[in-house]
Design a binder for this molecule. Sequence first.
Ligand code: EPS
Length: 388
Amino acid sequence: MFRYLTAGESHGPALVGILDGLPARLSIDVGRIDATLARRQGGHGRGSRMKIEQDRVEFLAGLRGGATLGSPIAVTIRNRDFENVRALMDPVSGSGKPLTNPRPGHADYAGALKYGHTDLRNVLERASARETAMRVCLGAICAQFLEALGIVTHSYVQSIGDVAAPEFDVLDLSSFEESPVRCPHAPTAARMVAAIDAAKTAGDTLGGQFVVRVDGMPVGIGSNRQPELRLDGILAGALMGMQSAKAVEVGLGAAVARKPGSQAHDLFVMRDGDVVRPSNRAGGIEGGMSNGQPITLRVSVKPIPTLVRALPSVNLHEGSQATATIVRSDVCVVPAAAIVGEAMVRLALTAPILEKYGGDSIDETLDNLRRSQACAADLFTTIQESVE
Ligand code: EPS
């Protein structure tokens, strides 16, 4: 069984992660993990915290000589800001003036009532999207496992506020990593940057949508056998597990509800002896199983609840009307969220892929993958021959 866990508060000493169940003998390029961490720290609209942090992975267990051992992988990322707030956040002596005014849209209120915290900081420290640095780190390790199997995940930003790029299948996907908002459509990217700047001036925040795409998926990952095994449910659940995520769409997503059946599905065409799908409206998943097409997922994220022009709230200690607590924050995190989305998809895919191919070492996993693909090809030929 493959599983992972993260721990860590936003301003605590460090983030910690454990990955359990990856096969042994997988080469890990640590520099590539750090490069992915840096991608998450970027994007127009980030706040000043990102100038303090320089996220780097440190391996504590599970790796030797640059390859996995098959034992649990343990990693950490230091929070550099901890040194600035040690008095507040020290695990033993930390204390400070309590935060009392919950931000509408944040975990503050529900978390305080749930856990019985009288200082909202005790909720927001874990609710903070700082924790996504560790998810990205663990996802970047899984990326190297998936790439060994030929599976590659990308992401890009499709909309910020009410500025949207044209539909993703007509976009030129080259060079969007350099875009300050990770949008592959340059004219739209420029308008997104302007929208973020305007929101910042207004003391406001902006949400948006990003797309995650997986290429090289083998057929038959996930299952129609039981509801919880369906790949679309697994991926949507993982993406909805992101801070700020409010909706996930697969392929055409919500738009499919407005199409007639004749325009909603992907036809089968026989071309040079192969089955070809000229469209990918299903987003690469049919019947809860990957169908060999690229998987396309679109995630909508809400605007960050920490506004400089604070929203009306209440002071929970005084029982009085107030405005929400103002803390340092970002204006827009959609470009960073896209990188987190990639990580969530990589983490979520790794479990059903290992369930199908297994393997104590990566060599065994690859052997099983090849055998499974050969078996599917043989089966197709056998069916045709038996009909002839
Ligand atoms: C966050 C608030 C900000 C963000 C933080 C998420 O942190 P701070 O309160 O320290 O300014 O910068 O994101 C990160 C630190 C990060 O690494 O992404 C929040 O409240 O969710």
